[in-house]
Design a protein around this ligand. Structure first.
Ligand SMILES: *Cc1c(COP(=O)(O)O)cnc(C)c1O
Length: 362
C-alpha cells in the first residue's frame, strides 16, 4: 500500500481511506454500467439513485425531521453568503449576523451588498479568541434571519450550543464542523456547508433547509441564484457536480459505519483532547490560541514563542510526513485541522512529534 500523509489540511482536507478505496474500486465501471459515474447522464436512473441516496442519508443522520429538504449546489459556501441575503433579506427587513471571525466577516460583507444588516453579537474585542454569549439576544421584529458560523475554521473556535430565535429563522454556516457531532436540525431554518472539509471533495455545497424557506424566492432574482429553482428541481435544474455528490454519499455511508453522529462525536472528542492536552501540558512551550471554553474540536490553533520557531516547526514537521500545519496566512501561528476523517493515529503521531520538537528546542 502507498504511504498516506499525516494530513492536517484545512480544506480540501483528508478523506477516509475506506471511502477513497471504494471509489477507486468502482471508478471505471460504476454499478455495471461500463462507465464511471462522471461519464453518465445526470438524468439517468443510475445517477439519480445515487443523488437521492445522498440526500436521504443526510436527513437520516439528522433524525429525519419533518419538513426539511437537502439541496446540492455549486459555488461553495461563499456563494451561499450571497444567496442567503438575496433570497431572504427583502425590502423592509434587516438581517442579524453574529461576528465571530474570518468567515462570519465574509458572510457579513456579502449581506451588506444586498440589504440592511446588524451585528447581533460580536467577539471582536477578544480578537475572536472566544465566542459571544448568545443566550439573551434581542432580535427586531423585522429580522429576516439570524446568521451564525458554527465553527470558525481560521481562529479555531466552535459554538457548543445555539440560540433559540423563536420565529426568526436561524441560519448556520457549518462548513467546517457539519456532521462532526449530533445537532438538532429543527432549531435551524437552514444550515449549509461546502463539502470539502467534513463531507467530501470540493465542488458541491450542501444546503439543508425548511421547505417553506425554499419556496417563492423574490421575482427579480436570476434563475440559478434562487432557492426555489433548485428545490423545485431536486437540485437537477442544471448539471450537478455528480462525482462530488457521489463522494458525499460515500462519506455519509462511512459516517453511518462509525456509529453515526454519536460515534463520530466521541472519536472527535478523543482526538481533540489528545491534542489540546499536549498543548496544555507543554509548560507553555505550545500555547493554544482560542479561549478554553470556545475551543474547536475541528481546527486546533496554537502558537510557539516566536514566528521563527513556528517556521522551523512547520519545516521539520513536513520532513516527517505531516501536511497542513501552518496557520492561515491571515492570523499566522499553527493549526491542525482534525476533521472527521483524520484518524486518531495521525494525531498521536503529531503529539509525539511535538514532544520531540520541544525536547530539541525547549
Ligand atoms: C471554508 C469555509 C468557507 C468557504 O467555503 P468555500 O466552499 O470555499 O466557498 C465558508 N465558511 C467556513 C466556516 C469555512 O470553513
Amino acid at each position: 500500500m502507498s504511504k498516506r500523509a499525516y494530513n492536517f489540511n484545512a480544506g480540501p482536507a483528508a478523506l477516509p481511506l475506506e471511502v477513497l478505496e471504494r471509489a477507486q474500486a468502482e471508478f471505471v465501471d460504476y454499478r455495471g454500467t461500463g462507465m464511471s459515474i462522471m461519464e453518465m447522464s445526470h438524468r439517468g436512473a443510475v445517477y439519480e439513485e445515487t443523488h437521492n441516496e445522498a440526500a436521504s442519508r443526510l436527513l437520516k443522520l439528522l433524525g429525519n425531521p419533518e419538513g426539511y429538504k437537502v439541496l446540492f449546489l455549486q459555488g461553495g459556501a461563499s456563494t451561499q453568503f450571497s444567496m442567503i441575503p438575496m433570497n431572504f433579506l427583502t425590502e423592509g427587513k434587516t438581517a442579524g449576523y453574529v461576528m465571530t471571525g474570518s468567515w462570519a466577516g465574509k458572510a457579513i460583507k456579502e449581506a451588506k451588498l444586498i440589504g440592511e444588516v446588524f451585528e447581533a453579537a460580536s467577539s471582536k474585542e477578544s480578537k475572536f479568541m472566544n465566542l459571544p454569549d448568545l443566550s439573551n439576544l434581542k432580535l427586531p421584529d423585522n429580522a429576516a434571519y439570524l446568521h451564525v458560523t458554527s465553527n470558525e475554521t481560521i481562529e479555531g473556535t466552535q459554538f457548543k450550543s445555539f440560540p433559540d430565535t423563536g420565529s426568526v429563522p436561524l441560519i448556520a454556516d457549518m462548513s467546517s464542523d457539519i456532521l462532526s457531532r449530533p445537532f438538532d436540525l429543527t432549531q435551524f431554518g437552514m444550515v449549509y456547508a461546502g463539502a470539502q472539509k467534513n463531507l467530501g471533495p470540493s465542488g458541491v455545497t450542501v444546503v439543508i433547509a425548511r421547505e417553506e424557506l425554499l419556496q417563492d424566492s423574490p421575482k427579480h432574482l436570476p434563475t440559478m441564484l434562487r432557492y426555489d429553482t433548485h428545490a423545485g428541481n431536486n437540485s437537477l435544474y442544471n448539471t450537478p457536480p455528480s462525482f462530488s455528490i457521489y463522494m458525499v454519499n460515500q462519506v455519509l455511508k462511512w459516517i453511518e459505519e462509525q456509529g453515526s453522529l454519536e460515534g463520530i462525536e466521541k472519536k472527535n472528542q478523543e482526538k481533540a483532547a489528545l491534542l489540546y492536552n499536549a498543548i496544555d501540558n507543554s509548560g507553555g512551550f505550545y500555547r493554544g490560541c482560542a479561549d478554553t471554553g470556545s475551543r474547536s474540536l475541528m481546527n486546533v490553533t496554537f502558537r510557539l514563542a516566536s514566528e521563527e520557531l513556528e517556521k522551523q516547526f512547520v519545516k521539520e514537521s513536513e520532513k516527517e510526513g505531516f501536511v497542513g500545519l501552518k496557520g492561515h496566512r491571515s492570523v499566522g501561528g499553527l493549526r491542525a485541522s482534525i476533521y472527521n476523517a483524520v484518524p486518531y493515529d495521525s494525531i498521536k503521531a503529531l503529539v509525539d512529534f511535538m514532544a520531540e520538537f520541544q525536547k530539541s528546542n525547549g
